[in-house]
Design a protein around this ligand. Sequence first.
Ligand code: SAM
Length: 280
Amino acid sequence: MRRPPLTAPRGTGEDDREGGPRLYVAATPLGNREDVTLRVLETLRRVPLVIAEDTRRARSLFAIYGIEGKRVESLFKGKEEVRTDDLIEKIRGAGEAVLISEAGTPVISDPGYLLVERCRREGVPVIPLPGPCAAVAALSVAGLPAEPFLFLGFSPRKPGELRHYLEGYLSLPFTLVLYESPLRIEKTLEALRELAPRRPLFLAREMTKLFEEHLSGSAEELLAALTGREIKGEITLVVGRGEKRPPRPESREELVEILLRETGLSLKRLERLLRRETPA
Ligand code: SAM
């Protein structure tokens, strides 16, 4: 069978600028090897230098797609700052480079931000080659409102900090997207059961892989579904927006406090209005 050539038309704008070094930021599959764009493959084949979060994973990607003869430089978390000078020099030397992460889109809870920022500051064009991203994939199938959404990435590990952190974000009118590990998901769900028992959740595990699983429900329901199981793989959690319920003051003092906050009236004016509205 004759395959169509894997050469996509070049993009427009930044990608068409002639000459000078440039950096491509390319999304690679989360799991399913077919989730790669023609443009990513064409660019990986053409460009001499690949900057990778995980050089072994990069080489196995090259083996899958039959890509040969690449120079690979590493850029992993914690080493970004010290690697940036050297990498900028190497991008200039190579003319073109591609940044990839272990899976999905670089920079999104993955290294690359400092390198991209530095390239921009030094006038090196940075061109996105969009594709898989777990946050967007989960949001697209969650059945929860996607606008506005707030991407939180990984949450703090310590239970006290986690509770405080979630509490802050739960008070905002956003759908939240969190990256989770199988070791921590139960702690997060327990915190959500306490802080937001009525909010609808969507848990996506192992998206695009053999054991892909989707769970929808409250924190209590998700905990019930996971209890007694060995939880494995990669997890993205979407927390739907809560309904904004009108406050129900339990005393006159509480009512005054709410009205002062919401109306901006002075206490004197408010008291006068309340006296007029509430017969003795
Ligand atoms: N840069 C990646 C992206 O574009 O999504 C994310 C990298 S971050 C280090 C890895 C986290 O993404 C995992 O811990 C998990 O929370 C989420 N993730 C990655 N692959 C996933 C998958 N196949 N299914 C569900 N969540 C996934």
